[in-house]
Design a protein around this ligand. Sequence first.
Ligand code: ZN
Length: 97
Amino acid sequence: MGQSKEIESFADLRKVRLADEGFVVITGASKSAIIHKVNSKCITTDKFNSKVSINDRKQGSYFWIDSVATGAREFGAKRCKICKPELHLVLPSTFGE
Ligand SMILES: [Zn+2]
């Protein structure tokens, strides 16, 4: 079973980045969800602040996930083309680009 957990605060975000395990899904109101590496430069405190704190998650949310497969299954998320999270033990044929 895959695991996911919403990242609700800077403290949560700091915790997952320090642990350096799993991935982060950023969902959007209009765009499809994207999976990023947990320590990717794509994830900035500025963006997190504007989405989660200022807009109260109406524009999207951040979730920690244990694997790319979980992100694809639970959020229909795609891999980020910039930080390219690895697929880890999942057959490449499972995912379309
Ligand atoms: Zn990324």
